[in-house]
Ligand binder design. Structure first.
Ligand code: NAG
Ligand code: NAG
Length: 363
């Protein structure tokens, strides 16, 4: 009896350290160049195989060019289901190349450097979509660095819709550019005409319905800033103070670690309303917190590491404060003062398509 047993013990003794070592070397995120779509998928697969207890990948749908829309669901592996969720997406606007890096780096921090970040996963899961617009991302990487949109043919000579104008709240409001199929900010022929926007919408709805969605965080590329709803209207959201408090906490952490100041403002641009954004939609359907985090304009490859670190400092601060503000003991939707008023939410567009799922929350 002892022979096979000791053989097994012996085997375990060599195999374990080897497995551990291979885990560590392959788990580093490459930060000296941007990954392409395949590279992003490979890295996610690698982590999902090595850390099956902490990260699960879900294929949420296919783009026009048949790429996967992957959602990475990160948990601490304690097996507790139904935890509250922070939902983050990146590169809705395709040429925000730094944002998938920031999203993958966040996944790396939460999964591989789990011990240092366990506080962010005790009562919350993180659902992260590192490439929300993979067709546009590949096109911007390989063909046109200015490309922001999807690649859906528009019927004429121009392709693509700006996903951050394709959501339903205030659809079609704003600068004239959103109506031109050849423009960078083309909103699409109808709300949710794009499969990428529908996919993000469906994730949001399922998180709201199950009363799990606390914060939506959309990573964008613009000068360092934090913005919050509304973008389609100048009325302040009922819990604007809470949004500003969290934004300030993020700004302080970034200032402490990098010396750089960042702005915090409502999403409405230069006093001009802009409809169809994802943050307005998330807030409208019931995420009590909804933000765009801009982590800087186009970065040369030599700066990727620094921007990734800075983005993580910000994202960690968002998570920490949101978790502190919404402990499991605090209801997500019930608080009267946090509901969008019907007036502000319904002023400019047809409510009918979303009213079915939101009736419970707002009526
Ligand atoms: C889309 O991709 C999947 C998996 O890569 C493949 O099995 C399928 O045949 C593709 N579909 C089309 C229409 O190309
Ligand atoms: C638009 O997309 C179609 C289908 O992918 C492609 O054949 C066409 O060349 C694209 N047009 C432009 C102007 O990029």
């Amino acid at each position: 009896m002892w022979r096979p047993l000791s053989a097994i013990v012996f085997l375990l003794a060599i195999v374990n350290p080897l497995a551990e070592a291979s885990r560590l070397s392959s788990d580093q995120l490459q930060l000296d160049d941007y990954l392409d779509y395949d590279g992003v998928m490979q890295y996610l697969d690698q982590l999902a195989r090595a850390y099956a207890d902490r990260i699960t990948l879900k294929d949420m749908g296919r783009t026009v060019e048949n790429r996967s829309l992957i959602l990475a669901m990160v948990t601490n592996g304690d097996g507790r289901l139904g935890k509250r969720v922070i939902f983050m997406d990146a590169a809705l606007q395709a040429n925000a190349w730094m944002t998938p890096v920031a999203a993958l780096y966040t996944i790396y921090k939460l999964v591989v450097e789990f011990e240092e970040n366990a506080d962010l996963l005790a009562d919350f899961d993180w659902h992260i979509m590192p490439l929300a617009n993979p067709d546009g991302y590949e096109y911007s990487r390989k063909t046109n660095t200015r490309w922001m949109k999807t690649r859906t043919p528009n019927g004429g000579n121009c392709n693509g819709t700006d996903l951050d104008r394709n959501f339903e709240v205030g659809f079609g409001l704003g600068f004239w550019e959103i109506r031109g199929p050849c423009e960078d900010n083309y909103a699409g022929y109808a709300p949710f005409s794009e499969v990428e926007a529908r996919t993000v919408r469906d994730i949001m709805h399922s998180l709201v319905k199950s009363e799990r969605g606390v914060m939506y965080l959309s990573l964008h590329k613009s000068h360092r800033s934090v913005s919050y709803p509304w973008v389609y209207d100048s009325t302040p959201v009922p819990n604007q103070g809470e949004h500003i408090e969290i934004g300030k906490f993020v700004a302080d952490k970034i200032l402490e670690s990098t010396g750089k100041a960042i702005n915090i403002w409502p999403g409405i641009i230069y006093g001009r309303e802009s409809g169809g954004t994802s943050i307005d939609y998330a807030f409208y359907i019931g995420f009590p917190l909804s933000f765009v985090f801009n982590n800087g304009v186009f970065s040369t490859t030599s700066k990727i590491r620094r921007v990734a670190d800075e983005s993580w400092t910000g994202i960690r601060a968002f998570g920490k404060k949101a978790i502190e503000k919404y402990p499991p003991s605090r209801p997500i939707h019930q608080s009267e003062e946090h509901r969008p008023t019907k007036n502000s939410a319904s002023r400019n567009w047809d409510l009918a398509p979303v009213v079915g799922t939101t009736t419970l929350l707002f009526l």
